[in-house]
Ligand binder design. Structure first.
Ligand code: OAD
Length: 426
C-alpha cells in the first residue's frame, strides 16, 4: 500500500512518524505581550539570541494596532509597512528572547532571519484556522467549530460526517454538509495572499494544507507549490472502486439532493475529499523530500490532531526554526520548554500574519496583490516561477531561489512515485 490512511491521533504507535502530543482543547486564549524590539542586532547577536528563546506569557500592555476588515484583509492603524513590530496585541502571546540583547518576539526574530536571507525554503503547514477570516468555520473551536454545529445532520458523533464507513452506509449527512462546503461561496483572505507572496518572493518550498475550501488555489498559489493533503472538491470518484467521475456532474447531483452513482459499479460517488479511513493523495508523499530541505516551517491555524498530517511537523531537522501561528499552543508546541528554534505567536492569525508582513515590508504589496486579484485585474492563475523583483533582500534573491526550488520541485515530483513510505491506519 503506497498511501497513508487518514486517522485521528489516538497516540497509538505509528512507526513512520514521531508521534505528537494530542492537544487538550482550551477555549481560553490568555492575553500576552510582545516585547518591543530596540535597535537592530548583528547577525551573530541574533543567532545567539535564538538559543535563548523561551515562551513568555505576559499581560498585554498596549492596545492592538490592527484589525480585521469585513473582507478578511488586515488593516493596520499605522501606515501600511510601518506596522510597529514591537507593539503588544490584546490577544496574543509570543516567544521572546532573554539575555543581554534586546528582547524580541517570535515574529521579529523569524522576520529578521528572513530578511537576512537565512530562511529561503519555507514549508507552510496549514489548517482551518487560516480560513476563518474568510467566514468558514474551523472544525474544533468550541461553540463555533463545524463539529460543534452538526445537530441538523443527525450523525452519531461529529467526525462520522467525514468517515468513509459511515458514508458508505449513509452519504446524506456528508452531502447535506457538502452543499455548504463546496468552494465558490468564500474568498481568500490576507493570510492566503501572504502565503502566495512567500511564493512570489521565491521563498515557498511547498504549502501543505488540510483545507478543502480551495482558497489556496483561488488566491493563485500554483499547483506545484500546493499539497492538498485532505483532498478537494475539484475532482470526484467512486468511493468503492475509485473510478473517476466528472466533478461538475457530482456537484450538480449533490446540489439537487441526488446521489451521484458510479457508472462502473453503481456505488456512491463522492468528491475527492479524504475521509477518515481513506488514503491520502499521492502528492502528500512529497513531504519525504520537502521537509528535510526546509529551513523554516510555518504552522498556521491547525490543532494538529489528525494523523498522519500532524506528525509532519516533527520531520524537519531539529536545527530548523518552526514558527507556530495559532490561537493556542498545539502539538509539540504545548511542551515546555520548547525545542530550541521553536517560536510561538499566539493570537488571531490575521493579526500575526499582518504583523509579520509588516516586519518583512510586504504589507502594501500583499494588499495590492489582494485588491487587484479580487477585483479581477490580475489573471487567476499565475506562473509557478516567482518574480525576481519582489526579493526583500539582495541575499534573498528570488531568481536564484526560484531556479533551485523549481529544479528541486521537478526532481521531487519525478522521484516521488518511487519513494513512498508505507504508512498504516490506526
Ligand atoms: P481544527 O478546527 O482542528 O483546528 C483549527 C485551529 O485553528 C485551532 O487550534 C484554532 O484555535 C485555530 N484557529 C481558528 N481560527 C483562528 C484564527 N482566526 N486565528 C488563529 N487561530 C485560529 O482544524 P484543522 O486542524 O484544520 O479533516 O483540522 C484538521 C482536520 O480535521 C481537517 O482537515 C478535517 C478535520 O476532521 C477532514 O475533513 C478529513
Amino acid at each position: 500500500m503506497s498511501k497513508a490512511r487518514l486517522t485521528r491521533d489516538r497516540r497509538s504507535a505509528q512507526p513512520s512518524f514521531t508521534r505528537v502530543t494530542r492537544s487538550s482543547i482550551s477555549s481560553q486564549d490568555s492575553a500576552h505581550s510582545i516585547i518591543p524590539q530596540q535597535g537592530r542586532p548583528s547577525d551573530s547577536v541574533l543567532l545567539s539570541d535564538l538559543s535563548l528563546m523561551r515562551v513568555s506569557e505576559q499581560q498585554a500592555s498596549l492596545a492592538r494596532k490592527g484589525k480585521l476588515s469585513k473582507n478578511g484583509s488586515y488593516i493596520s492603524e499605522s501606515s501600511s509597512d510601518n506596522i510597529k513590530h514591537g507593539l503588544s496585541t490584546s490577544s496574543g502571546s509570543s516567544v521572546r528572547a532573554s539575555g543581554r540583547s534586546a528582547p524580541r518576539g517570535a515574529l521579529e526574530t523569524v522576520g529578521r532571519l528572513m530578511k537576512l536571507g537565512r530562511l529561503r525554503n519555507v514549508v507552510v503547514v496549514a489548517g482551518a484556522g487560516i480560513s476563518t477570516a474568510s467566514g468558514i468555520p474551523d472544525f474544533r473551536s468550541p461553540g463555533t467549530g463545524l463539529y460543534a454545529n452538526l445537530e441538523k445532520y443527525n450523525v452519531p458523533y461529529p467526525e462520522a460526517v467525514f468517515n468513509i464507513d459511515y458514508f458508505s452506509d449513509d452519504p446524506r449527512p456528508f452531502f447535506s454538509l457538502a452543499k455548504e462546503l463546496y468552494p465558490g461561496q468564500h474568498r481568500p483572505n490576507y493570510i492566503h495572499y501572504f502565503i502566495r507572496m512567500l511564493h512570489q518572493k521565491g521563498l515557498l518550498l511547498r504549502m501543505y494544507t488540510q483545507n478543502i475550501d480551495g482558497l489556496e488555489k483561488m488566491c493563485g498559489i500554483p499547483d506545484e507549490k500546493l499539497v492538498e493533503a485532505h483532498g478537494s472538491f475539484a475532482t470526484a470518484s467512486c468511493h468503492l472502486c475509485y473510478t473517476p467521475f466528472p466533478a461538475e456532474e457530482a456537484k450538480e447531483a449533490i446540489m439537487s439532493d441526488d446521489v451521484p452513482k458510479c457508472s462502473f459499479c453503481s456505488a456512491t460517488v463522492k468528491p475527492n475529499v479524504v475521509f477518515f479511513g481513506e488514503d491520502l493523495p499521492e502528492k502528500y508523499f512529497q513531504h519525504t523530500q520537502d521537509f528535510p530541505k526546509a529551513d523554516l516551517l510555518m504552522i498556521m491555524g491547525t490543532s494538529l490532531q489528525i494523523e498522519p498530517f500532524a506528525s509532519l511537523v516533527n520531520t524537519v531537522k531539529s536545527t530548523v526554526p518552526r514558527l507556530l501561528l495559532n490561537r493556542r499552543a498545539v502539538g509539540p508546541f504545548e511542551r515546555k520548554p520548547l525545542r530550541r528554534r521553536d517560536y510561538v505567536e499566539l493570537g488571531d492569525l490575521l493579526h500575526s500574519v499582518g504583523k509579520l508582513a509588516g516586519i518583512l515590508g510586504w504589507h502594501t504589496e500583499i494588499e495590492d496583490l489582494m485588491n487587484s486579484h479580487e477585483n479581477g485585474t490580475l489573471p487567476m492563475l499565475i506562473s509557478s516561477s516567482p518574480s525576481s523583483s519582489g526579493a526583500i533582500d539582495p541575499s534573498c534573491s528570488s531568481g536564484e531561489d526560484s531556479d533551485s526550488s523549481e529544479a528541486d520541485s521537478k526532481s521531487t515530483e519525478s522521484s516521488i512515485l518511487s519513494n513512498h513510505r508505507p504508512l498504516q491506519s490506526v
